[in-house]
Design a protein around this ligand. Structure first.
Ligand code: PA5
Length: 427
């Protein structure tokens, strides 16, 4: 369901650039759990190992919550919200008409944002899914305190109990203690799955169920990816991508990778990808800087730089979706004042695909910018599950090739501790 096309990279034969034996060695570290951070490899078998009893319970609680609300507030930051939002936008779209609107909070400490949100919620029937693995992160902690208070004020403490769900560690952290004391439903984030790898756990699955997304299809996609990525060498497509970006970085000196999508509803997916790769690889002075663009939108802003700006720094990885969700045609107009009648035999998807061809040629052949192309079959729930697993396998391979631990984030922890100190948090 994802094909890697290296035609526009200038890499003629990947197996000449990276030895298969190197890939096989790292693959064994992932599958046999022998590499650094191996305690966090629970995601590898999660699509087949997830707790079906908890999944059933989540479905029941989500159905009940969905029947009572028009707005779901998902409170979380980093890995505790990006995957959910990526799925929500990619699957439901940006202008959907589902009965439940999902709004994100706790990913910012902006006073203005919080004020606007609390005012907006005054006349809403809202529920809260608060997500924090550690249960102690400042941003979601503050947002939950404010929004929980507002909900209790609007509906009363007893009714609020039915409208609040906490997704956190099974025993540790302030959020777990608070939820237990107040009688809120909790779902567990597995110990061996880190934040940015957790979207297929209750972290993403519970809010997506409330949003009416078909999560069975998401799991089917992840299972399919797990099955198709069973190869241990460069025949594995996720490893082809990992190896290509590793070579461009370490052998040819590229420092930045831009993930490019031609679908606006994939913008948050690229944010999720930035966290996955940036936090997994950016350590010990290593790692590509992950950045992203949406084309053709950004061709009218950053396109100039991409075509003719500083060379040999950035390469692009382009997501090309083969099948559109729907076919929209350019309508015929008898006056043709806008001179667009020459396009009326085409669909928008055909025009978008032609743009991809033209841009690949311009960026690679003229602009000398390498482009890895990732061909995606489609853009739906099943594909979301598939791509999550695919990118997770790719980042594990890619980080281990760089000889860094993909599963820790010591830099993020430094900032968190500094902030606690400056704000005077008691030990
Ligand atoms: O990937 C990670 O582990 C981090 O980005 C976390 O997801 C983020 O810091 C939020 O942490 P928590 O879920 O503990 O609130």
């Amino acid at each position: 369901m994802i094909k890697v096309n290296l035609e526009y990279t200038g890499l003629n034969d990947l197996s000449q650039e990276v030895k298969d034996s190197e890939i096989i060695k790292v693959d064994a570290m992932i599958r046999n759990r022998t590499g650094a951070g191996a305690d966090f490899l629970g995601w590898v078998d999660w699509p087949v190992n997830f707790d079906s009893t908890e999944y059933k319970a989540m479905k029941k609680v989500a159905k009940n919550l969905r029947s009572k609300i028009d707005t779901l507030i998902v409170i979380g930051i980093g890995g505790s919200y990006l995957g959910t939002r990526a799925a929500d936008e990619m699957i439901r779209g940006l202008n959907h008409s589902d009965k439940v609107e999902v709004i994100y909070a706790g990913h910012t400490m902006s006073s203005s944002y919080t004020d606007q949100l609390t005012k907006y919620l005054k006349n809403k029937h809202f529920g809260i899914a608060v997500v924090s693995k550690s249960g102690t992160t400042t941003e979601p902690g503050i947002a939950f305190r404010i929004l929980e208070g507002q909900l209790v004020q609007q509906v009363g403490a007893e009714a609020a109990k039915e409208l609040i769900v906490a997704i956190t560690d099974k025993s540790k952290g302030a959020l777990k203690a608070l939820a237990d004391q107040k009688g809120y439903q909790t779902f567990e984030i597995p110990d061996d799955i880190g934040g940015r790898f957790s979207v297929l756990t209750p972290v993403g699955i519970f809010p997506l169920l409330v949003a009416g997304v078909n999560t069975d299809n998401i799991f089917d996609g992840a299972k399919k990816a797990r099955k198709q990525l069973s190869k241990h060498d460069l025949a594995n497509s996720a490893y082809q991508y990992a190896a290509a970006r590793y070579v461009l970085n370490t052998k040819y000196g590229y420092k930045t990778e831009a993930l490019v999508s031609y679908e606006s509803q994939m913008q948050l997916l690229t944010e999720w990808w930035k966290q996955l790769f940036g936090e997994s690889e950016g350590k010990d002075g290593k790692g590509l800087l992950p950045t992203s663009m949406v084309f053709s939108t950004d061709l009218h802003s950053l396109g100039q730089w991409v075509q003719e700006g500083t060379r040999n720094v950035m390469f692009e990885t382009v997501i090309r979706v083969k099948k559109p969700l729907a076919n929209v045609k350019v309508p015929k107009n008898k006056d043709n004042l806008d001179e667009l009648n020459y396009l009326t035999s085409k669909t928008l998807h055909e025009i978008n695909s032609t743009a991809i061809e033209g841009v690949l040629d311009a960026h690679f052949n003229v602009g000398k910018m390498p482009n890895i192309v990732l061909e995606f079959d489609k853009m739906d729930d099943e594909m979301f599950g598939y791509l999550v697993y695919w990118f997770e396998m790719a980042v594990a391979m890619s980080a281990y090739l760089l000889e860094v631990n993909p599963f820790n984030q010591p830099g993020v922890d430094i900032y968190k501790k500094n902030m606690f100190k400056l704000l005077g948090k008691p030990e």
